[in-house]
Design a protein around this ligand. Structure first.
Ligand code: ACO
Length: 700
């Protein structure tokens, strides 16, 4: 199978690029099918929200039993509507949806949002397949089914049965779960977080995250995208998402029970969380771990990107300053460290007992004038690239005055660098926080939130500045393909050790010196420049070699080789008299850091490569990371730096790793992705001279 065939197998054709999402978000006319005059019904609430939130286009209730709904003329079917309709929101029982969708197609409607439940999520996949087919055939963008609707504030469009008080802003929130999105609508309004859009994907039988991200990529009303995800339906399609704006992702279902719960919620397939993690990193998505963190980060993207690393903290409290310094160190934000310069610039902003070291502590006596001055300096000095302002409420200061002064100074410099704020206090402080958030200065009650939001901005900057990499994995060399075909043709699915090493070597994976010998005389010749070496029995029947005495290590010379060879043959033939002994593998003993590199096939994403440290690290810590094939050498470099213990690869107990040859290994085994089911290189030993696939297993 070639790469193209392989990925065609995993990738369903992406029809959606032809679909018109402007019809969803910027419609000229909207129909509500199932619009009801009865308060409490979903069809009532959706129509009411559309009217109440100020949508300016034409609104058409559709209900066969009513001539008028909520003061608007109603139609018996969508086809009866005389004017153009771009989108229909459908809220009628499941058995009626198919015929309604056909009516929408005849009317030339370009988008539908199917609120109705009772499709794939309850096992009614036939009906879901059918509505998707109708949508594809007629080029209709289909949202849902099983969703609570959507909101797009630039069009003042609230086509949902959620709350009506939504704060306009520049975050697009895409949620697989409806209930969660509804509840967060109220929360965002309370927290003064503005939304450009909120889309509940429901079963996402058609329009999914990729379609929406790519739509919002080109929407000037959106600064950042936030996704709540339980699982991905089309892994390969998702992998091809073009990321142009910061995307914060909250993916749940990482525990075993959580994954099961997610599967039964919206019918998603929930694969290994580690693989999702790899996918997100490969794509350049920012993964948050809680809702509040996700929104904290999303809010930060209203700020300009920092032009460098040096952060300055301004505070009126020493303790909160120390706590913030700790947080900065923990996440890797670097604080400007130039005491003389800081003293020169900031001394005038504080009493004598204040501190100009970073954190710049203007003290509890520091009022609005002190804050204004200090913030002004931090904003005007180019040497400072980002600012964290902290405030502890005191009776001698009014937090609102400080918030206003800060905002004035920030607007005066046209928001020239990122500023985040943490304020601790009571009701007055809460009001000041709201004021700042209202003015697009992310302000939090916890210092950790402010630091984490600023860090997200730095992370995004790094992602946005990534050099693009043309990924082209060469096919495996013909000799390797022939070897594999030959092994397959005799009905074997597991390569012998020497075959596996040979195949890897042919593909460019570095190996230690090694040889396969059919008898002791061959072994003696091959072993000549290999000592010290390990010897292992080669037999298709023997899988656990050491259990039958089939492994001898640390052989230093010919004499030991001969003795060990005899011992091994005696032990193995006593333990497994019927085994077909082909000979022995001789492998040069290597010293270095043990790593593990694997290739396997994921049901959603296809071939994936895993990297981790070997030995205890892989067993005890499960410290491994993944990427999806194909990816280039730069991504391979990021993969090896991804694991928690990556620091060990910078040198450990005097042993250096050779990262370049690990990258080479990770890159090279991808050539085998179309040919094999699984590869396990364990260990790959790395030292200053290179990395070496010491043992390998390949399953076809
Ligand atoms: N075209 C237009 N209107 C029609 C049609 C038709 N072909 N057939 C019936 N109607 C009218 C009905 O007469 C009724 O109007 P009325 O209130 O004036 O009598 C209206 O459409 C609704 O039909 P009902 O049969 O009353 O259905 P009901 O409103 O009870 O339920 C609904 C429909 C809401 C779509 C339901 O089937 C459903 O799926 N509910 C779950 C929705 C949901 O939870 N979605 C996921 C949200 S995400 C989350 O987790 C919150």
């Amino acid at each position: 199978m070639s790469f193209t065939d392989l990925f065609r197998f995993y990738q369903k054709t992406d029809e959606n690029h032809k679909k018109d999402l402007n019809a969803v978000f910027k419609p000229e006319g909207i129909a509500v099918v199932g619009a009801s005059s009865k308060p409490g019904k979903i069809g009532y609430q959706i129509l009411k929200n559309i009217i109440d939130c100020g949508y300016q286009g034409n609104i058409y209730p559709v209900n066969p039993n009513d001539a008028e709904v909520l003061g608007k003329k109603a139609y018996k079917t969508v086809e009866e509507i005389p004017e153009k309709v771009d989108v229909a929101v459908i809220s009628i029982p499941a058995p009626l949806v198919i015929q309604t969708l056909e009516g929408c197609a005849r009317k030339g409607i370009k988008a539908v949002a199917v609120i109705t439940s009772g499709f794939a999520e309850v096992g009614n996949t036939d009906a879901e397949v059918q509505i998707k087919k109708i949508a594809d055939k007629n080029n209709i963008a289909l949202l849902g089914p099983n969703m609570f609707g959507y909101v797009y504030t630039p069009s003042k469009l609230n086509a949902s049965f959620g709350p009506s008080d939504i704060r306009p802003g520049k975050i697009a929130f895409i949620s697989q779960s409806g209930a969660l999105a509804i509840s967060l609508m109220g929360w965002t309004a309370m927290e003064k977080i503005g939304l450009a859009s909120l889309v509940n994907l429901g079963n996402k039988s058609d329009i999914d995250e990729k379609d929406l991200i790519e739509y919002f990529n080109h929407d000037e009303n959106v600064d950042a995208i936030l996704i709540y995800m339980e699982g991905i339906k089309e892994g390969r399609k998702f992998l091809e998402t073009e990321i142009k704006k910061p995307v914060v992702i909250l993916k749940v279902g990482s525990s075993k029970r959580g994954a099961k719960a997610a599967a039964s919620h919206t019918g998603s397939l929930s694969g290994s969380d580690k693989i999702y993690e790899g996918v997100f990193k490969q794509l350049g998505l920012l993964r948050a771990s809680t809702f509040t963190q996700a929104f904290d980060w999303a809010r930060a993207f209203s700020l300009p990107l920092p032009k460098g690393d040096e952060t300055v903290i301004i505070t009126n409290g020493g303790g909160i300053g120390v706590a913030t310094t700790d947080e900065c160190e923990a996440v890797g934000l670097s604080l400007l460290d130039d005491p003389i310069w800081l003293e020169e610039k900031f001394r005038k902003t504080m009493p004598d007992f204040g501190s100009t070291k970073n954190p710049v502590d203007i003290t509890g006596q520091g009022g609005v004038v002190g804050y204004r001055e200090a913030v002004k300096i931090a904003l005007h000095e180019d040497k400072i690239k980002s600012v964290i302002v902290l405030y502890c409420e005191t009776a001698v200061t009014d937090p609102m005055d400080i918030a206003k002064a800060m905002n004035e100074e920030y607007q005066a410099v046209h928001r020239n660098k990122p500023v985040v704020v943490a304020m601790v206090g009571g009701e007055r402080t809460q009001a000041a926080l709201h004021y700042l958030n209202d003015h697009h200065i992310p302000a939090f009650t916890e210092v950790s939130e402010a630091v984490s939001a600023l860090k997200a901005l730095y992370k995004w900057k790094e992602i946005a500045n990534r050099k693009s990499e043309v990924v082209k994995i060469d096919p495996a060399p013909q000799e390797a393909i022939d070897m594999i075909e030959k092994i397959k043709s005799v009905g074997r699915t597991v390569l012998l050790e020497h075959e596996a090493r040979k195949v890897l070597e042919l593909c460019g994976v570095p190996t230690p010196k090694w040889g396969f010998a059919r008898n002791i005389e061959e072994a003696v010749v091959k072993a000549k420049d290999m000592y010290p070496l390990a010897m292992k029995i080669a037999s298709p029947e023997i899988i656990h070699k050491s259990d039958v005495g089939g492994v001898a290590v640390n052989i230093q010379n010919e004499e030991q080789l001969r003795t060990q060879y005899d011992k091994m043959m005696n032990k193995v033939s006593a333990a497994m008299p019927d085994a077909n002994i082909l000979g022995v593998n001789l492998i040069q003993m290597m010293k270095g850091i043990e790593c593990i590199v694997g290739l396997s096939n994921d049901p959603q994403f296809g071939p994936v490569v895993m990297f981790g440290l070997g030995g205890v690290f892989v067993e005890a810590l499960k410290d491994v990371s993944f990427r999806i094939v194909p990816f280039g050498k730069m991504e391979a470099g990021r993969l090896i730096n991804d694991i928690k213990t990556a620091k060990i690869l910078d040198g450990f107990r005097g042993i250096q790793a050779d990262k370049a040859s690990i990258v080479q290994t990770i890159y090279s085994i991808q050539k085998l992705a179309p040919l094999v089911k699984e590869i396990d290189i364990n260990p790959l030993i790395t030292n200053k001279d290179g990395s070496f696939a010491v043992d390998a297993r390949i399953i076809l």
